[in-house]
Design a protein around this ligand. Sequence first.
Ligand code: 13P
Ligand code: ZN
Length: 270
Amino acid sequence: MKDILTAPFLTEMVRTASNMYAHGWDERNGGNISLMLEDAEVEEYLADAPVLRTLPTGFSAPELSGKTFLVTGTGKYFKNVEHDPAANLGIVRLKDGGQSAELLWGYTDGGQFTSEFSAHMMSHVARLKVDPMNRVVMHCHPGNLLAMTYVHDLDEKAFTRTLWQMCTECIVVFPDGVNVLPWMLCGTNEIGEATAEKMRTARLVVWSQHGIYGAGKDLDETFGLIETAEKAAEIYMKIAHLPLKNTITDAQMHLLEGRFGVKAREGYLD
Ligand code: 13P
Ligand code: ZN
């Protein structure tokens, strides 16, 4: 069997965690990532792997039963993932309608998946219904998006329009906009369900005074999605206290829609 530490899905996960840490989005154990693996990938690296432990999930997700995920561990520091992937990451296969997870690899120091596992799995269910190619859910604490939730109206349309106006590429990268949850207790099924509900209409969900969730088809794309929103929030935090002289108009947004073949969320322009 091939060495799993050389698997592209694993090396890419390690690279992504380090990059997120380098961007300052994942202080201490902040943030978590889940990547759904293809059956063929699992077979190539983990064929006949014994079940190391069975972990209860505390929720049900029948749509994902039998699916395998590479997931960051709870309490694990992103900065340490590259130094010891097997302790900081795990590969789990959901069973029993998603109510338990079989550990196939990782969490070598007795750990387990992120405390936000329900938000991740429920978000996978929600995004897969919209986009069958979705494979990644990513959560982190980027400073400018977080700061924005203290000073900007949390109305989703207003929040989205502000971000779109901050960088020309925003409407192209996230035409569905950004959905926003009020502050909620993290690590619970309630915030998991609320996040998944928001994921039905957008790939980005802000957790006010906490961070952001992104979803996408691969790690690079999902990272880029959050990176773009965070860049827009950075511009906003640089200019919000200054007199505004210029902006990107809705007429210009329509030009971007035409040039890049995207459609802004219904009712968000004009
Ligand atoms: P975990 O360490 O359990 O992944 O939690 C980090 C976090 O960001 C909680 O929202
Ligand atoms: Zn968090």
